[in-house]
Ligand binder design. Structure first.
Ligand code: BES
Ligand code: ZN
Ligand code: ZN
Length: 495
């Protein structure tokens, strides 16, 4: 699907599907939808009225034009209430239009450039591209997509100023979508085709031919020398060896300031000897979604070209039960020398992150952001669509939450309650890897805090939003979502 913005008159466009927006509280048709209605002799508004079309956000009204205008069909997309309209509404409107275009097999799709209310044309163009590209996504490695994508998605405006200010937005939208799609493909890939080694290859392929990105890879022998007991311990039960991957992006103008992005990279989480029940194991190929988000961001970082140095770090492992696997009761020593009693081998993410965060903290970045499908408890707390943010630093927390809000990803801060540290104190080691029954997302966050060495840090528990078990919205279909990538890109842009 090619996406472009150009100047034109919607009523003259030869499209298979013409898309216009409409507000639920508009007294009469306004702007492009009114122009199309007039060109159709008022038939469009009569039909909308007859059908009781309410224009609720992302609702649709589709009709043939009977040759009254150049386009074959008109799709009216609901934008919701005028004073509630935001970039997310624009993103969803574009997404729903692409979904309808695919259903009716439209090859050429032309849409009004939605720039409602006080929104900026560039931001709207970006949101439309993101919505369209992500709605169009399907995972096609093992079967052909059942629907064809439109050949062209043209965003048309008759306003020269809007056109000019859309260029950059178009570019940013393409960039963000490319990063998200990269992450979705990695997460959707089943674990038999996605081993720790595969993630290493992905990091290398991202860096290939780009002078601004370097990759260092630490194998099992190197990890032993570094004392990465968490990563080594979790990997013990798997036939696939672990790796620690460290990517570095350096901006053209050298800077002292660097930040670190860390991702959980468990290519499959069976639970280990604390084996998961079958129902819970079904989607556990998604347990490397944190690293996938970091890789997704790195896949476009050279084009985004932020002005700070960025480290991307993950410890890739597979969590399997076997004769060699770690046992409940075993004690592991992390890279920062803290000892961890493994009471449940299914709480493996924090064991690997213990090393990865220790490694990141040693680089002395201005701050660390980690993304991890860490706890089912976070999904219980916030549901499937919202990421839990835990942080030891109010500024980093709000920077992260602001970036998420700008990117249209739902995140909510949870507390790192000091008094709960008691429940992760071990009888025989510095820490134990599970708390009690309650507040599991928070005790996991507190566990991680032990390894960042006071570096300002935000932990994003993406266990809910990383993988959609149902249709979430018009551009988030079932399967991997690529959640986190857009927030990371917005964060990098804000620095
Ligand atoms: N990978 C899981 C968490 C998870 C759950 C991710 C649902 C995505 C969706 C993690 O390794 C895990 O198993 N956590 C345990 C921790 C518990 C044993 C303390 C959990 O949440 O049950
Ligand atoms: Zn687990
Ligand atoms: Zn896990």
């Amino acid at each position: 699907m090619e996406i472009k913005v150009y100047k034109g008159d919607l009523t003259q466009e030869k499209a298979d599907l013409l898309v216009v927006g409409h507000f639920s509280d508009a007294k009469s048709l306004e702007g492009p939808v009114a122009a199309v209605d007039t060109a159709m002799g008022g038939r469009l508004s009569r039909l909308m009225k007859d059908d009781g079309f309410k224009a609720k956000l992302a609702s649709t009204f589709l009709t043939h034009t009977n040759g009254e205008i150049a386009a074959k069909r008109v799709l009216v997309v609901g934008l919701g209430k005028k004073d509630e309209v935001n970039l997310e509404a624009v993103r969803q409107a574009a997404a729903v239009a692409v979904n309808v275009a695919k259903e009716c097999g439209a090859k050429i799709m032309v849409s009004e450039h939605h720039v409602p209310g006080e929104l900026k044309a560039g931001d709207c163009a970006q949101a439309m591209v993101e919505g369209a590209r992500l709605a169009d996504y399907s995972f096609s490695r093992y079967k052909k997509p059942s629907q064809k994508s439109p050949k062209l998605f043209a965003i048309v405006t008759n306003d020269g100023k809007i056109l000019r200010s859309s260029e950059k937005g178009l570019e940013l939208g393409e960039l963000a979508a490319r990063g998200v799609v990269f992450a979705r493909d990695l997460v959707n890939t089943p674990a038999h085709d996605m081993h720790p080694e595969t993630l290493v290859d992905m990091a290398k392929s991202i860096a290939k031919g780009k002078s601004s990105i370097r990759v260092r890879v630490f194998d099992r022998e190197a990890l032993k020398r570094m004392g990465a007991g968490g990563i080594l311990g979790v990997a013990q039960g798997s036939d696939h060896p672990p790796y620690l991957v460290h990517m570095t992006y350096k901006p053209k103008k050298p800077t002292k300031k660097s930040i670190a992005l860390v991702g959980k990279a468990v290519t499959f989480d069976s639970g280990g000897l604390s084996l998961k029940p079958a129902d819970y194991m079904m989607t556990m190929k998604c347990d490397m979604a944190g690293a996938a988000a970091v890789l997704g961001a790195f896949s476009v970082i050279a084009d985004l070209a932020p002005g700070v140095e960025v480290h991307g770090i993950f410890g890739a492992v597979e969590n399997m039960p076997s004769g060699g696997a770690i046992r409940p009761g075993d004690v592991l020593t992390a890279m920062n020398k803290k000892t961890m009693e493994v009471l449940n081998t299914d709480a493996e993410g924090r064991l690997t992150l213990a090393d990865t965060l220790s490694y990141a903290a040693k680089l002395k970045p201005a701050f660390i952001v980690d993304l991890a499908t860490l706890t089912g408890a976070c999904v219980v707390a916030l549901g499937e669509e919202i990421t839990g943010v835990m942080s030891n630093d109010d500024k980093v927390a709000s920077q992260t939450l602001d970036a998420a809000a700008a990117a249209g990803e739902k995140m909510w801060r949870l507390p790192l309650e000091k008094n709960y540290k008691k429940v992760i104190k071990s009888q025989i080691a510095d820490l134990q890897n599970i708390g009690n029954k309650w507040g599991g997302a928070l005790t996991a966050g507190l566990f991680l805090e032990e390894f960042v060495d006071k570096t300002p840090w935000a932990h994003l528990d993406i266990a809910g939003p990383a993988f959609a078990e149902r249709e979430i919205d018009p551009y988030t279909h079932k399967g991997a979502t690529g959640h986190g990538v857009r927030t990371l890109l917005a964060l990098l842009r804000s620095l």
